[in-house]
Design a protein around this ligand. Structure first.
Ligand SMILES: OC[C@H]1O[C@H](O[C@H]2O[C@H](CO)[C@@H](O)[C@H](O)[C@H]2O)[C@H](O)[C@@H](O)[C@@H]1O
Length: 351
């Protein structure tokens, strides 16, 4: 089934230069792949999430002086020791946190669920908030050169597992769940975290990491504000949010994200597309994207990298809808599609 209109693309945008920290962590990621091999436990994202124990200068000098074989491979034990000695564990810059408004059995929790078995199960699900709640460690703000994580003003709920940071559209469903759990303060705090990102960057980043600064995710911020408002009647939140939501709307309706199309009667329509500001391998999947790009001509690689990052912006990475042949990642053409779901979100944004 068609999921959007097709539009002609111009060339891919240039990527802004990556920070020295990201460039270095990408090298560590590549070394990890060469040294440890592409086993099922290799996750390239782990390496760009590692917080540095020491300065970048000291860490990169130590990395350069590691012994290597004639083909440039670092011995596995040497590499593992280097990672343990020079980095904290990925995700350790987010500290476990008990939300102030969490109670084991909230008053008026799921009032329509009478079945005792279902209630017990629902309360177990409710208790998962304790496993996913975090607070950004103070070092992230004090020593930003040692972290790819970005500071946020309020405690967070993360998706979990390898997704150690806040994500944009995940937060919509997280907020719906928090409201069922009567955790109104945490839900409002999550909305304010995203509003903060719009204030700083002009849009909500894909996730709260430096390497997500080149793209957003499905625009659901206004829907989040509405959900919290309907549950709490918090008019202060509306006042705080309105100018910021207008700013976010402009991000989605300006530049190459917006496309003008003419219908059969010659009427103009303004539609949106996913369009990352990026034309290189994604840092969190650097080694994987480079592998995929080997399947296309060198002069098509930047366009492919751009379309991969744009699919990541859609949150549906990687659904077959973004692939010309429906199967191979190397046929990705995301930015040539006007997705019906994105445009429905944009319509909802102005309703
Ligand atoms: O649950 C968080 C998100 O996880 C997926 O996407 C994220 O991971 C990708 C690979 O590391 C990354 O490139 C992408 O930009 C991230 O958003 C998932 O596809 C998303 O829907 C989800 O929000």
């Amino acid at each position: 089934m068609a999921s959007g209109w097709l539009c002609k693309g111009s060339g891919p945008p240039s990527s802004p230069p990556v920070s020295r920290l990201i460039a270095f962590l990408q090298q560590v990621q590549q070394a990890a792949l060469s040294t440890l091999g592409d086993s099922s436990s290799f996750d390239p994202k782990t390496y760009v999430d590692l917080p540095l124990r020491f300065s970048l200068h000291r860490t990169s000098c130590a990395f350069r002086s590691l012994p290597r074989s004639s083909d440039g491979i670092i011995p596995p034990e040497t590499f593992k020791n280097f990672v343990n000695d020079y980095f904290f564990e990925a995700g350790s810059d987010l500290i476990d946190h008990i939300p102030v408004d969490y109670v084991a059995e909230p008053a008026d929790f799921l009032p329509h669920v009478k079945d005792q078995g279902l209630r017990t199960w629902a309360l177990k699900v409710h208790a998962i908030w304790l496993e996913l709640a975090r607070q950004v460690a103070p070092s992230v703000e004090h020593e930003p050169d040692r972290h790819t994580l970005l500071p946020l003003p309020n405690p967070v709920i993360v998706p979990g597992s390898r997704f150690r940071e806040v994500y944009y559209w995940d937060t919509y469903w997280i907020i719906r769940g928090l409201l069922v759990s009567k955790m109104f303060q945490t839900a409002k705090g999550m909305v304010e975290n995203l509003l903060h990102l719009v204030k700083v960057y002009g849009f909500v980043l894909n996730g709260a990491r430096v390497y997500y600064e080149n793209r957003s995710q499905p625009p659901l911020l206004s829907a989040m504000v509405r959900e919290v408002y309907v549950a709490t009647n918090d008019t202060e939140l509306l006042q705080e949010a309105l100018p910021i939501l207008i700013k976010e709307h402009k991000y989605w309706t300006s530049g190459p994200k917006q496309v003008t199309v003419l219908d059969g009667t010659g009427r103009k329509h303004f539609l949106c597309r996913y369009y990352a500001k990026w034309n290189a391998p994604r840092p969190e999947s650097f080694t994987i994207d480079m592998q995929v790009a080997k399947e296309v001509n060198v002069n098509k690689q930047e366009t492919l990298y751009h379309d991969i990052a744009s699919a990541a912006e859609s949150g549906w990475d990687f659904g077959s809808r973004w692939l010309r042949d429906g199967e191979n990642l190397s046929t990705m053409f995301t930015s040539s599609i006007l997705p019906v779901d994105l445009n429905a979100y944009m319509f909802q944004d102005i309703c």
